[in-house]
Every structure is written in structure tokens, then in C-alpha cells.
Ligand binder design. Structure first.
Ligand code: SF4
Length: 478
């Protein structure tokens, strides 16, 4: 009665697994770990985690694997739903007795629509689905499992909502599942050392950003955490399991949301001599940055989003521009690198605010940047605002948020600012940012310091310019 936990084959290079907040094919080949699937897989005896996109697993191999299991649990997302349904249908038609469940933010927010998307889907999971998956995989009748909706006589039956987990230490470690089922060398993120491993030490984010997917859909706004002892013990274990790992990444929505705990974990990591990085808001104080740096912190992944204060207020970012600037300076002084992320096409964007953001990014001058397009996922406040205000693009793509290659689409547009203008600004942003002496020198320096980095940056450069060419081609069709 065991279960296959599946991230199905999808667009080429699609980072849409159960660890990607924003599912898309990135500018350079990137894959997050499928942690949201690895966690229930760790709870289910005899399970298997099959993460197809990074391992280049095709549909035929997926079907052969699925045949061995009574249950297949698929991580889906808004942009990949159509594709995931096709895979589910192929699994069902080769072995009709297979019970198929869909989990993830899309399933949690839109159970009715997700269940209706294909007859092959037997059930859809609610918010936090670890124990829901476990109970289904153990053979409990669907009617008796909290936290799911299922099909009965052609209609949807919605079971009681499952409580979010309050004691996160009850969850088994995902690193054992990574060791058993994943080739860690297949996972890569441009700004992290290779090979890397990412995992969570807690779930949920107290911030209220209107565009942000997970806290508004599956994780909630309370930061629920594992104990520092539990985290340190898993990291010591992970070091033994994966001596080749160069960097560990704590992928909690905001690892620094609880500063005393973040410092406590950092201090426990120090004797392990590990290099680690994490997500942070741009509001951590100087002392904490220094303490974390002294304990092995290498890089913060920071969502700056916009260089315009009105937009930051409109999306409820909760960090003011001057605070973010001070934080960035303190990181530079402490020697902590930053990968900064920005979003174009947020509410009330204009040509001027796009310029504000590009100039702001250049002023911050962090180690590396990522520029995304505003993605109005169902379940987010941004989605509701876009509906109310009529911001959805008049000519949407059939996958909604991504195009046919999995590359992000501009889904919103505003009076005086078209979808095409927002889309075009992404490439201009990258060019204006990176084609300056300082970023070029930074990149060249890292290449000269390490031959592996040299080879990697050449590959990434090629991928980046190929993606930009694809985007230009797509722009011509918009
Ligand atoms: S701080 Fe980051 S993780 Fe938290 S709600 Fe805002 S964007 Fe999301």
C-alpha cells in the first residue's frame, strides 16, 4: 500500500517541483529541492520520491515507476496543472486501480476546480498535507481522512480541514529521503555553491506580502519552527550523509523572522564548520548579521521587490526603502553576500516606477539579482486585487502565468503600461544591472578564483542569453 510522491515531467528545465515558490523555467537552469513532497515521503514507509524535471525522467519511465505503487501523489501548481493532469491520466489508464492525489497550493486553494480538471484525480489535499498523505497511503478510506476533498458519485466531498502542525519536531528529517531518492548533483541554483542542499527549519511567514504564495495558501502566517537542537542534529547528520555538499540553504519563507532562534541555530552550526545561507527580509540588525556571519552564513536571499515606496506599501511589504538600504550596507560591511529579488508589474506599476526599481537595484549593488514578473496566483491577495481592478492582461497565455516553454508571462497590465512593456523591462533590467563594471568584475573575480566556477558561469551565461533570445521571440508574438 505504499506511495509514489511525484513531480511529473514537464516543460524542459521547469523548476516547478515541490520546493519552487514560483514555478517557472528560469533564466539559467535552476532546481529547488522538492521538500514539500520529501516531507510526507519521509512519513510513509516504502515510499519513493520521483522528481522528474531535474533528473530528466521522461513520461515512459514515470509510468513504469508508477505501476509499482497503489498510490501516486502529485505535486501540482497553477502553471503546470494541465500538464500534470495528462500525466495523471496516463497513470490511471495503465493501472485504473491507482489512487491519485494532487497536492500543493493550487489544490489547497481551488479544490473544486483542481478535482474537476481531470477524472483521473481521486482526491486533492488541503493546506499542510503531510499527514493527509500518510493516512491515505496507509489505506485509510478517503472519507475518514481530514484535510482532503474527494470525488463521490461525480460530486466533490470536502472533508474537515486539517490542523496545521504545531510541533514541527514531529516531522522526520527530509535529508534521509534526499539520500535515498535524489541525485543531489542534479540540483543547482545560480547563486549557491554546488552541490547544495536546501531544507526547511520551519514553515509560515508572519509578513503579509500580498503576492506571496505559500504563507497565504499552504503554510500560514505563523512561523512554526523546529527546535534549534533538532535542526542542528539534522545538519550534523546531513554533513555525514553528503560530505560533498558545499552549501546548505535554509529555505524557510523568512529564516530571520525569529531572530533569537536564528542566532541560536547559527551558534549551534558554528562547531560543524558549515557554509550556509538563508532567506531573509531586508530588516535584520547589524549585530545579528555579524553573529550569523561568524557562524558560517555566506549569503542572504532577499526580496526587495520594488524601488518605489508606494508600491511596497501597496503590496504590504512591511520594510521601508531606507531600512533595506541600511541592511544592505550592514551585510556588505560584514561580508555577507546578497542575492536580491525584484518584481516588475506589481500593483500601480508605471514606466517611472520601473525606472525607480532599476535605479534602486543599481544603488544597492548586491552580489546578484533576479527579476521576476508579478504572478497573481489564486489564493493570494494580489489575485483578488487584480480581479477587482481588471488588471488581468486582455490576452492571457493558456497556462496563465507561464508561456509554452514554462518561462514566466506578464499576466497583469495597468492603464498606461501594457503587458508587453512590463515583459520587455525584465531584459532591460538585467542588462542595465549586469552590464556595469562592478558586477562584471565581481563575476570575473569568482571565475578566476575557481576553475569549476569558471566553467559554470560560462554555461550559465549561455543559458541566460538563450533565455533572453526566447523571451524576445515571445515578445514579438505578444
Ligand atoms: S517576507 Fe517573503 S516569505 Fe514572507 S510574506 Fe513577504 S515575500 Fe513572502
Amino acid at each position: 500500500m505504499s506511495a509514489l510522491f511525484l513531480s511529473p515531467p514537464s516543460f524542459d528545465g521547469f523548476d516547478g517541483g515541490a520546493g519552487a515558490r514560483y514555478q517557472a523555467t528560469r533564466e539559467i537552469r535552476s532546481f529547488w529541492y522538492p521538500t514539500w513532497l520529501a516531507q510526507p515521503a519521509a512519513l510513509v514507509k516504502g515510499s519513493k520520491l520521483l522528481d522528474c524535471p531535474p533528473h530528466d525522467v521522461d513520461v515512459a519511465t514515470t509510468l513504469a515507476e508508477a505501476k509499482k505503487f497503489d498510490h501516486v501523489i502529485i505535486n501540482t501548481s497553477t502553471p503546470s496543472l494541465r500538464n500534470d493532469c495528462k500525466v495523471a491520466e496516463a497513470i490511471k489508464s495503465q493501472k485504473p486501480s491507482t489512487t491519485i492525489g494532487f497536492v500543493g497550493a493550487q489544490a489547497a486553494v481551488l479544490p473544486q476546480e483542481t478535482l474537476a480538471a481531470s477524472e483521473a484525480i481521486d482526491w486533492v489535499g488541503g493546506k499542510e498535507f503531510d499527514f493527509t498523505c500518510k493516512e491515505v497511503a496507509e489505506g485509510r478510506p478517503l472519507a475518514e481522512v481530514d484535510g482532503l476533498a474527494y470525488r463521490k458519485d461525480g460530486k466533490m466531498v470536502q472533508n474537515k480541514e486539517r490542523e496545521l502542525i504545531s510541533d514541527m519536531d514531529v516531522l522526520p528529517w527530509v535529508t534521509d529521503v534526499y539520500k535515498r531518492d535524489l541525485q543531489i548533483e542534479k540540483y543547482t541554483i545560480g547563486y549557491l555553491k554546488e552541490p547544495y542542499i536546501s531544507l526547511y527549519t520551519g514553515r509560515g511567514c508572519p509578513a503579509q506580502c500580498t503576492f506571496c504564495l505559500w504563507p497565504q495558501t499552504i503554510g500560514g502566517h505563523k512561523y512554526r519552527v523546529r527546535s534549534a537542537e533538532n535542526v542542528a542534529a539534522e545538519m550534523a547528520h546531513a554533513k555525514k550523509l553528503f560530505p560533498q555538499v558545499q552549501e546548505f540553504f535554509f529555505d524557510d519563507d523568512t529564516f530571520t523572522a525569529n531572530l533569537p532562534r536564528a542566532r541560536e541555530i547559527a551558534k549551534k552550526l558554528k562547531p560543524l564548520g558549515m557554509t550556509w545561507s538563508c532567506n531573509s527580509r531586508a530588516n535584520v540588525n547589524r549585530e545579528t548579521i555579524q553573529t550569523m556571519k561568524d557562524c558560517g552564513l555566506r549569503l542572504f536571499l532577499v526580496g526587495y521587490e520594488s524601488g518605489n515606496q508606494q508600491i511596497l506599501d501597496a503590496i504590504k511589504k512591511g520594510v521601508r526603502l531606507e531600512v533595506a538600504k541600511e541592511f544592505t550596507k550592514n551585510c556588505r560591511d560584514a561580508g555577507v553576500l546578497i542575492h536580491g529579488t525584484f518584481i516588475l508589474g506589481l500593483p500601480y506599476e508605471t514606466k517611472e516606477t520601473i525606472e525607480n526599481t532599476i535605479n534602486y537595484a543599481k544603488e544597492l549593488d548586491v552580489f546578484s539579482i533576479q527579476v521576476s514578473l508579478a504572478a497573481p496566483y489564486p489564493g493570494t491577495e494580489l489575485y483578488e486585487m487584480a480581479k477587482e481592478n481588471g488588471w488581468f492582461a486582455k490576452k492571457p497565455s493558456k497556462n496563465g502565468i507561464v508561456d509554452d516553454s514554462g518561462i514566466q508571462e506578464a499576466a497583469l497590465e495597468y492603464p498606461g503600461l501594457s503587458k508587453a512593456e512590463i515583459y520587455e523591462s525584465v531584459e532591460r533590467f538585467y542588462r542595465e544591472y549586469y552590464l556595469r563594471p562592478r558586477p562584471i568584475l565581481r563575476i570575473v573575480k569568482t571565475m578566476l578564483e575557481d576553475r569549476n566556477v569558471f566553467v559554470r558561469r560560462i554555461r550559465e551565461g549561455y543559458e541566460f542569453f538563450s533565455t533572453m533570445a526566447k523571451r524576445r521571440h515571445h515578445l514579438a508574438e505578444v
